[in-house]
Write a protein that binds this ligand. Structure first.
Ligand SMILES: Cc1ncc(COP(=O)(O)O)c(C=O)c1O
Length: 465
């Protein structure tokens, strides 16, 4: 079955009439397709976790997280990558198995680590100087161990009630072909330890000798929305070099290598993402060949896809409101007339919707591109070129520049495609706009998985003077 179908001019998703859904639940409304999420997870399993004996996948929950999604990920048997106390708390509330939680973050607080340790998360990815000490201290305080001195050689002991497995996030110093804001593996990134630093190897040695944590492995994530594998493979070679060095220095085979997420998705018809296997088959070959050549025990390889699981599963529905056209000679903010270039000559049609940068910050943040359709007139040709804007008091609140749309009028329902990732999870209450609801559609049925924030919800933390 096709996820999207047009019946009598109306756009359906997983058998649900989207304009009708907008009428039922109101707009803006995030709509997530269960079938797309399931298909993406099925592809990940086919291409990776079921294809290779030593492969594991953790869903990167920062892309989209709510209780229902924790349940979907749990049922699918994936692990869950969380990066904050809030994401962790959501997974705890959803009773996500602790053993399958991986706790990330470049600046974890003691309170967050206490929550993680208290719940017994399976893995903690150490990202910053001082973090290993903090973890050992938190585990020690909770479980009554003496805090271990960093330099003393402690014999591994099995008398520990809970030993978090730790990985170290490394900065592989590679450039990725993606927007600067979502490129994370270059030398100036705020994440991780330099791949060849003495600090990294000292910390690994300490973790290997620790009687409080278990050294589990190395992690890197080079960036997001990557169409090619180049930077991932370059980082992989550096990470494999670390495994070799760990073996030489400490005689230890690193159990796990986590290569992050970042697999590209289709936001617009210009995007041509590849299946998981396209990226992961070369990774697995490289790991196998390198380890065979260097006499290393091949590590388990872990991936952390976020947007590639949920991005294309989501659309955002808006109600169209004000529509206005600018004059060709419209003045610029500084009072000077716009330069007489081609764009200045053409009038612009602004189509305003009842959401905007509050429910999708990505266009304003890094020029992300989207496509849309008038959901109640989806069979008509897209004859208009418009700028879809939000209702926030920022002129940068533009959702789509140059959107090709059907004739559009106030009251129409606009569906913006591929908004399942980093929309809801990055949403804000700017201008005191309430957060939208999230509906899950499946086999012709829809239900809310996150209810709309009310004005009362929004003010529930305000205290009087
Ligand atoms: C450490 C880590 N893992 C996984 C991801 C998920 O990336 P994506 O949603 O592009 O797959 C991110 C994204 O920021 C990340 O920082």
């Amino acid at each position: 079955m096709n996820v999207f179908e047009t019946v009598n001019g109306r756009l359906f998703m997983d058998g649900v009439d989207l304009a009708e859904l907008a009428a039922e639940f109101g707009t803006p409304l995030y709509v997530m397709s269960r079938s797309v999420i399931d298909d993406r997870i099925a592809e990940l399993k086919r291409d990776f976790t079921e294809r290779y004996p030593n492969a594991r996948a953790a869903y990167a929950s920062k892309a989209f997280l709510c209780t229902a999604l924790c349940h979907i990920v749990d049922e699918a048997g994936l692990s869950l990558d969380v990066v904050s106390g809030g994401e962790l708390f959501t997974s705890i509330r959803a009773k996500f198995p602790a053993e399958r939680i991986e706790f990330h973050g470049n600046n974890k607080t003691r309170a967050e680590l206490e929550l993680a340790v208290g719940y017994g998360v399976g893995r903690i990815i150490v990202d910053a100087p001082g973090e290993l000490d903090l973890i050992e201290d938190v585990v020690g305080s909770k479980y009554g161990h003496e805090q271990k001195s960093g330099d003393s050689l402690c014999a591994p002991s099995n008398d520990v009630a809970y030993r978090p497995r730790v990985l170290f996030r490394v900065n592989p110093d590679v450039e990725s072909d993606t927007h600067d804001h979502i490129s994370t593996g270059h030398g100036n990134s705020k994440f991780g330890f330099s791949y060849d630093s003495a600090e990294l190897f000292d910390l690994i040695g300490r973790a290997i000798r620790s009687n409080i944590v278990d050294f589990e492995g190395i992690h890197f994530h080079v960036g997001s929305q990557l169409f090619t594998n180049d930077s991932r493979l370059a980082a992989l070679r550096r990470a494999l070099g670390i495994l070799k060095e760990v073996k030489i220095r400490y005689g230890y085979d690193t159990p796990e290598l986590n290569i992050g997420g970042g697999f590209a998705i289709r936001y617009t018809s210009d995007d041509d993402p590849r299946p998981f296997g396209f990226y992961l088959e070369p990774v697995m070959r490289e790991v196998e060949e390198y380890c065979a050549a260097e006499g290393l025990k091949p590590p388990a390889v872990v991936v952390e896809p976020g947007r590639s699981i949920v991005g294309e599963a989501g659309v955002t529905l808006y109600t169209v409101g004000a529509i206005r056209e600018t004059r060709a000679d419209e003045r610029k903010g500084n009072g000077s007339l716009r330069a007489p270039d081609a764009s200045a000559q053409s009038a612009r049609k602004f189509v305003a919707v009842d959401g905007g940068m509050t429910d999708n910050i990505r266009p304003a943040l890094y020029g992300a591109k989207y496509e849309a359709v008038v959901a109640n007139r989806a069979d008509k040709p897209a004859t208009e070129v418009v700028t879809v804007v939000g209702k926030c008091c920022e002129s940068g609140d533009r959702l789509i520049e140059g959107a090709r749309l059907q004739t559009v009028a106030p009251g129409d329902i606009l569906a913006v495609y591929s908004t399942g990732a980093y929309g809801y999870s990055m949403a804000s209450n700017y201008n005191k706009l309430p957060l939208p609801a999230v509906a899950l559609v499946e086999n012709g049925k829809a239900r809310l998985i996150v209810r709309r924030q009310s004005y009362e919800d929004m003010l529930s933390r305000d205290l009087p003077l």
